[in-house]
Design a protein around this ligand. Sequence first.
Ligand SMILES: Cc1cc(-c2n[nH]c(CCNC(=O)c3cc(-c4ccc(F)cc4)cc(O)c3O)n2)ccn1
Ligand SMILES: [Mg+2]
Length: 214
Amino acid sequence: TQSTRPQRLLGAVQKNATRGQPHSVLKAIDQFCTHTEWAMNVGDEKGCILDSVVSEVNPATVLELGTYCGYSTVRIASLLPPHAKLITLEFNPDFAAIARQVIAWAGLEDKVQLVEGASGDWIPKMKEQFGITTFDFVFLDHWKDRYLPDTKLMEECGLLRKGTVLLADNVICPGTPDYLEYIRNSPRYKSQYFKSHLEYTKVEDGLEKSVFQG
Ligand SMILES: Cc1cc(-c2n[nH]c(CCNC(=O)c3cc(-c4ccc(F)cc4)cc(O)c3O)n2)ccn1
Ligand SMILES: [Mg+2]
């Protein structure tokens, strides 16, 4: 039977990366996606911007919406302080199964809680299920038409505090026009655009960083 792209990506990690070395996992995925098969990881160019924002925030609690194969999960988790918690939500069970193995290969399973299901269902349950009060950092990288409703949902559920940083991938390609319109015009956020490119391509894309003002 045919393998899937995520399965082939995992194979490249297991073949070319060293267990317990997150950097080698990221390198193996980026090489696979550059030379063999494109895949929707945030990639190294936008990944460097992600690294700098995560390092600046130095978050104790992180929410990632959209795990896919775990590339950005590994990228973020490798920068977190010892007792920090990263919760990542993945809708597709096949993607989640691969992501668990990629995260384990990187040796970061103790920092990561991967939850399978839809963001709209899980965001209201964050406090009771995971003992979260508020998130210090949120990486939005899931269905592009869910960025705006889920941001409003996080506000309503009291999951954001003064200073919480939201970083949104793909605000140009595939694009999140309603989210950009809202977040750039809301007095409750201070936003900044980081111009970049769609992973592994020359197509324009970018990340939008927004700080909740409380
Ligand atoms: C909890 C929860 C989770 C999800 C969820 N889980 N996993 C995802 C993946 C979402 N990501 C993308 O669709 C995506 C697409 C492209 C792309 C594709 C094709 C092109 F031609 C150009 C660009 C590029 C990217 O960088 C992307 O991130 N959503 C959904 C709902 N609830
Ligand atoms: Mg993305």
